[in-house]
Design a protein around this ligand. Structure first.
Ligand code: NAI
Ligand code: MG
Length: 356
C-alpha cells in the first residue's frame, strides 16, 4: 500500500483545532479508498515552543521536514511573541528554505457560502490566484540607516530576478493552458518603473510561448476594483508577492470569508515538500473553545489531495463542503451556526462518505 508521509505543524491558537479536522477527512478518504494511507508526524513548533525553548522550530527542523511528502500547517503567531519572529522563523523559513515559490489560492464561491457582493452568481467568482512566493516585495532586502536620528532612512527593496519572474509566470501559463482558461497578470508598471516594467516585459515574452492562452493585464488598483465589480473577468491570475497577498485577502472576503480560504505553497519541481495551510491566523480570541471554522483547513487538505494526484478526491472534499453549506445545519458561529469545530468535521465526513 502506498504511504504518504505528512509533517503536521498544528501551531498556535486554533491551529491544532482545525488541523485535526483536516486529518480526519484525509484519513477517511484513505480508509475508504483502501489503496493508500497517510502517516502523520506532528511537530510541536510555534509560539508556545518559542516561549519554552527560545526558538520557533528546531535548529535541524528543515532537515527533519525534508523527508516528508507534504507539510500541513495550522497557524502560527500568538500574543507575546512578535509577529515578525513567528513569521520569519517558521513560516517564511519553510517557504524560502523549500523554495516554495508558487502560492496557490483558490478564490471560488461555493453555493450557499456567504458573499458580500450583491447580485452575484457563484459561477462568477471562480479564480485561481498564483502568487509569487519567494522574492518580490517580501525578499527582506533593504536597510535601516541612522536609526532614531533626524536623518533616519529606511529602504525596503523589491527583488525581481529573471529566474524568479520567469518561473512563476511560466507556471501560471501552464496552469491556464491545462485548464483552458484565460490568464491575467496584475502589476503596476506606471508607478513601479523598474520592477513592474520588467514584470510586464517578462509576461509579454512568455506569452509568445503560449499563443493558445488568452491573456489580460491590469494595474493592481484597477484589478482590486474589478474583482468587486466584475469578478468573472478573472480566471487564472498571476501576480507578485505583495499584490497577491493583498488581493487574495480581498478574494477571500468575496468568496465566503476567512473561514473558507486556503493556500498552498508549492515547490513545483518536488525537490522539497510543499506546504498547505488555511490562510487565517491563530485567532487567539476564539482559541481553545472548539468553535473555530475548520473548513479552510479542510479546503487545504483538498489541495494536498490534488497535489498528490488524487484530484477526484480533492473535488469530492469541496463538493462535500458545498453540500454542508447548502444544508446549513452544522456550521460554526462565524457562519451564523451553533456547532463546534469537531461537529463540522464529523458532519463533513459523513456527507463525504455518502459521495463515494
Ligand atoms: P486571524 O486570522 O487569526 O483572526 C482574524 C479574525 O478572524 C479573528 O476575529 C478570528 O477570530 C477570526 N477567524 C480567523 N480564523 C477563523 C476560523 N477558522 N474560524 C472562525 N473565525 C476565525 O488574524 P489576526 O487576528 O490578525 O492574527 C492572529 C495571529 O495569527 C497573529 O499572531 C498573526 O501573526 C497570526 N497569523 C498567522 C498566519 C499564518 O500562520 N499563516 C496568518 C495570519 C495571521
Ligand atoms: Mg496575508
Amino acid at each position: 500500500m502506498k504511504t504518504f508521509k505528512i509533517a503536521v505543524i498544528p501551531g498556535d491558537g486554533i491551529g491544532p483545532e482545525v488541523i485535526s479536522e483536516g486529518i480526519k477527512i484525509l484519513n477517511k478518504i484513505a480508509e475508504v479508498d483502501g489503496t493508500f494511507q497517510f502517516e502523520f508526524t506532528e511537530f510541536p513548533w510555534g509560539c508556545e515552543y518559542y516561549t519554552k525553548h527560545g526558538i520557533m522550530m528546531d535548529d535541524d527542523g528543515m532537515d527533519k521536514l525534508k523527508k516528508f511528502d507534504a507539510v500541513y500547517l495550522g497557524a502560527v503567531g500568538y500574543p507575546g511573541v512578535p509577529d515578525y519572529i513567528s513569521l520569519w522563523d517558521l513560516l517564511l523559513k519553510i517557504r524560502k528554505g523549500f523554495d516554495q515559490y508558487v502560492n496557490i489560492r483558490p478564490i471560488r464561491l461555493l453555493e450557499a457560502a456567504p458573499c458580500p457582493l450583491k447580485d452575484i452568481d457563484c459561477e462568477d467568482v471562480n479564480m485561481l490566484f498564483i502568487r509569487e512566493n519567494s522574492e518580490g516585495e517580501y525578499a527582506g532586502a533593504g536597510d535601516w540607516l541612522f536609526k532614531g536620528k533626524e536623518n533616519e532612512v529606511v529602504l525596503q527593496n523589491g527583488v525581481f530576478s529573471r529566474k524568479g519572474t520567469e518561473r512563476i509566470i511560466r507556471y501560471a501559463f501552464e496552469v491556464a493552458r491545462k485548464e483552458g482558461k484565460t490568464l491575467t497578470s496584475i502589476s503596476k508598471a506606471n508607478a513601479l518603473n523598474y520592477s513592474m516594467v520588467f514584470w510586464d516585459q517578462v509576461f509579454e515574452e512568455i506569452s509568445k510561448e503560449y499563443p493558445d492562452v488568452k491573456t489580460a493585464s491590469y494595474l493592481v488598483d484597477a484589478a482590486a476594483m474589478l474583482m468587486i465589480k466584475d469578478p468573472k473577468r478573472f480566471e487564472v491570475v498571476v501576480t507578485s508577492n505583495l499584490f497577491g497577498d493583498i488581493l487574495t485577502d480581498l478574494g477571500a472576503a468575496i468568496a465566503g470569508g476567512i473561514g473558507l480560504a486556503a493556500g498552498a505553497n508549492i515547490n513545483p519541481e518536488r525537490q522539497y515538500p510543499s506546504m498547505f495551510e488555511p490562510i487565517h491566523g491563530s485567532a487567539p480570541d476564539i482559541a481553545g473553545k472548539n468553535i473555530a471554522n475548520p473548513l479552510a483547513a479542510i479546503w487545504s487538505a483538498s489541495q494536498i489531495l490534488d497535489f498528490l494526484g488524487y484530484e477526484k478526491y480533492g473535488k469530492m472534499v469541496l463538493d462535500s463542503v458545498e453540500q454542508l453549506l447548502i444544508e446549513g445545519q452544522v456550521l460554526t458561529p462565524d457562519m451564523n451556526g451553533v456547532s463546534s469545530t469537531s461537529e463540522v468535521g464529523d458532519r463533513l465526513t459523513s456527507i463525504m462518505t455518502a459521495l463515494f
